[in-house]
Design a binder for this molecule. Structure first.
Ligand code: DX5
Ligand code: ZN
Length: 230
């Protein structure tokens, strides 16, 4: 099994210290940094736009994993790419034409992801898997950090993982919401490639040691070969 990667979400970090946070994540050697973009329309919360991301880009080579929880993501895709996004993930529920939105991101040479909310079935994505770099399964209702993990999301992961393996696609699976020391090993065992974690890291007294602990919890699962069969 490939190593499960971490994508810390800065949503619940102290935004007055955002540069310090990015440097800490760079030092921790995490594989991705997750940026949650909310428009107060697609989700009932507001965060930030590309202007906040752009000055952070020179601080690290870590992959910028941008999660757009906004209506009309196509309109803003070029702005986030200009700001330094490496992966752009939009919501299936926010667009009329999924294939067109994927192609737009790929036309800039960037990686394209699609996310589904808890009530959206995994099967809607089957026909797009061959063109996708990433599927982001929401394991909470999008909008806020610190919510409880929905275990049903692992069933969705199993459906998609099975299809990806069967067809030999390169699409990665990412899970977002409620990932902590208890749920991270479950998601890793279900074959998720990338775990987003926000409050488990930035709600901790020491984010660096929280990252280490999460990694150890994931590694423990992988060593003991706990595996969900597909
Ligand atoms: C929720 C966001 C997540 C979330 C993660 O809408 O997409 O990235 O902030 O936070 P935790 O890990 O606290 O659930
Ligand atoms: Zn997110």
């Amino acid at each position: 099994m490939a190593k499960t990667a971490l994508s810390p979400s800065i949503l619940d970090s102290n935004f007055a210290e955002i540069k310090k946070t990015i440097k800490l994540l760079d030092k921790a050697g995490v594989e991705y940094i997750h940026f949650d973009i909310m428009d107060g329309n697609f989700v009932p919360n507001l965060t930030f736009g590309p202007k906040i991301i752009k000055p952070l880009r020179p601080l690290t080579k870590t992959v910028f994993d941008v999660h757009l929880m906004i209506q009309n993501p196509e309109k803003y895709t070029p702005l986030f790419i200009d700001a330094g996004a490496d992966i752009i993930t939009f919501h299936y529920e926010a667009v009329k034409n999924v294939a067109k939105a994927i192609n737009l991101i790929k036309s800039y040479g960037k990686k394209a992801g699609v996310s589904i909310k808890p009530k959206t079935p995994a099967t809607v994505l089957k026909k797009y898997l061959k063109d996708l770099d990433l599927v982001l399964i929401m394991s909470v209702e999008p909008g806020f950090g610190g919510q409880k993990f929905m275990p049903e999301s692992l069933q969705k992961a199993a459906i998609l993982k099975k299809e990806i393996i069967k067809k030999g696609y390169k699409c990665l699976l990412e899970i977002d919401g409620g990932i902590n020391m208890e749920t991270a090993p479950l998601a890793a065992a279900a074959g998720i490639d990338i775990l987003v974690a926000g409050s488990a890291i930035f709600g901790a007294k020491n984010p660096m040691s929280a990252i280490k602990q999460l990694r150890a919890a994931i590694a423990g699962t992988q060593k003991s070969k706990v595996k969900i069969q597909f």
